[in-house]
Design a protein around this ligand. Structure first.
Ligand SMILES: [Ca+2]
Ligand SMILES: [Ca+2]
Ligand SMILES: [Ca+2]
Ligand SMILES: [Ca+2]
Length: 163
């Protein structure tokens, strides 16, 4: 089955994992390394084939469902961050456990830069933000989490008196 990289008869997130672990390979790739079209490479064409055949709703981390994982997907995650139940993929729930948390962000981070059906280099120059702004966005997300986590501990600071 095209896109069934682990050979267990279905096309699902497990198969995507095989693809993502090996992407990109230029030459000598096999089906269970993520080469769906049998041309020996693991690239965006193979991702597109997985997408065409999978029963799951798209690339994990592609929150806006435009077949790439990029900065605008991060923004979708950021908007949904903190949702505890009933979250959809589009709200930033990458692992489909219906919440939007740091686990979902790390899935986005693992898959960042993946893009189906477009030559990688073209896609890269068009959609991938500079590394520095990417790091900034991730730090922003992490600091938001830190703020939430420390909220009850911040009382001490406000108690400190100025003389
Ligand atoms: Ca499979
Ligand atoms: Ca291929
Ligand atoms: Ca996207
Ligand atoms: Ca989740």
């Amino acid at each position: 089955m095209d896109g069934d990289f682990d050979g267990d008869g279905d096309v699902d997130d497990d198969d995507f994992g095989f693809f993502a672990d090996n992407f990109p390979i230029d030459i000598g790739a096999t089906q269970n390394e993520g080469d769906a079209d049998g041309d020996g490479d693991v690239d965006s064409d193979d991702l597109q084939i997985w997408l065409d055949n999978t029963e799951t709703p798209g690339i994990p981390g592609d929150f806006d469902s435009d077949a790439d994982v990029d900065g605008s997907d991060f923004l979708a995650w950021q908007r949904g961050f903190g949702t505890l139940s009933g979250a959809a993929l589009g709200a930033g729930d990458a692992d489909r456990d219906e919440d939007v948390d740091s686990t979902d962000l790390s899935i986005w981070g693992n898959n960042f830069g993946l893009s189906a059906g477009v030559p990688l280099l073209q896609g890269a120059t068009a959609t991938i933000p500079e590394p520095s702004s990417l790091v900034l966005m991730v730090l922003l997300g992490l600091s938001m989490m830190g703020l939430r986590g420390n909220r009850c501990g911040s009382k001490h600071r406000s108690d400190r008196k100025t003389k």
